[in-house]
Design a protein around this ligand. Sequence first.
Ligand code: INI
Length: 156
Amino acid sequence: MAEPHIIEGDLQAPDARIALVVARFNGFITESLLGGARDQLQRSGIANEQITIVRVPGCYEMPLVVDRIAARGEQDAIVALGCVIRGATAHFEYVAGECSSGLGQAAVRHGVPVAFGILTTETIEQALERAGTKAGNKGGDAAQSALEMVSLLRRL
Ligand code: INI
């Protein structure tokens, strides 16, 4: 019996142009996510000339900026890096919800992969764990996903 066709990406996208969109809010966390993302890209052979870093005030502003970047068609993938900490306020739901649905819409609207490197946590401690301490660096993970998506889309 014939084998099924399997289409999947790898991490080989050495010519990829990648935009990193970073929220200033919770900057002590998001700068670590940015460091993880840059480290991952560098280890995957992506030169600084291929990387554009864009800073936004907070995660709420992320979808508009990501949409604009994607619409220009100059980037192969976008990595959104931010951190929303629940604390004791309903603000969390609005900021995190708008951010995640807006990023997904921008990706589909323009056909540009948008990696979700947004931490949504209950506490600052949980955010720190995911920004380069005991739970790895989710910024690096998001950058890796972006490269895999560039590779995959080229094969579809
Ligand atoms: N922005 C974040 O990126 N993370 C948060 O945890 C956060 N909280 O909790 O309020 C947050 N708020 C700011 C928001 O993203 C906008 O920048 C602001 O409301 C101005 O539009």
